[in-house]
Write a new protein. Structure first.
Length: 193
């Protein structure tokens, strides 16, 4: 077993030993809202949004983008589990700002090994074994954070499976200060109808 597996299992044993009555939490989130945010390890939605277990749905992906799968999760969150408000929260210094779809596709065509980055950009590790399958994926990169939050809120708001009575708020989390910065244009676009 790897060191990471041992660390995770040890932490889980500590957690389970103090689990208490969390096994009786209801499936629907107690505070009736959902957050779509980035998978970046520096973001802890429980901390920056004051969440406890059972409070809210947190949907994470690279960039916190309103992908088809993220919208699928939000619709399930509302339709089956009763959330009534949604937040789209991107963040400063996001890795999704550091490449384009074409850069990712080129790296994957060349090799499946982990790439490296420096001041000149992303570089392939080499060694072959790449795949053209990356050509068929929209990587949802972020050229501008404010614009991407607005686009994601608009995509959610205008999706035919999203009811108009759910407000969708747009924010950017500042990784240097821990503050949520309101994106007024996005929040206005996500206003409940």
């Amino acid at each position: 077993m790897s060191t990471v597996v041992n660390e995770v299992l040890t932490a889980n044993q500590r957690y389970a030993s103090n689990f208490g009555n969390k096994g009786s939490l209801p499936m629907p989130p107690g505070r009736h809202f959902a957050i779509l945010t980035c998978m970046d390890a520096r973001l802890d939605p429980a901390q920056y949004a004051g969440l406890a277990e059972g409070d809210a749905h947190v949907i994470r992906n690279a960039g916190g983008r309103a992908s088809d799968d993220a919208i699928r999760s939000l619709v399930i969150s509302y339709k089956l589990l009763g959330t009534r408000e949604w937040f789209v929260i991107h963040h400063t210094d996001c890795g999704m700002e550091t490449f384009t779809d074409e850069v990712m596709r080129k790296l994957l065509r060349s090799s499946l090994k982990t790439a490296s980055v420096d001041a000149r950009g992303w570089h392939d590790a080499g060694g072959g074994g790449g795949s053209p399958e990356g050509e068929h994926i929209s990587w949802l990169t972020i050229p501008n954070q404010e614009q991407s939050v607005l686009e994601d809120v608009q995509r959610i708001r205008n999706h035919p499976l999203v009811p108009g009575n759910i407000p969708v708020y747009g924010y950017i989390y500042d990784v240097k200060s821990g503050k949520l910065i309101d994106m007024p244009a996005a929040t206005a676009a996500g206003r409940a109808r």
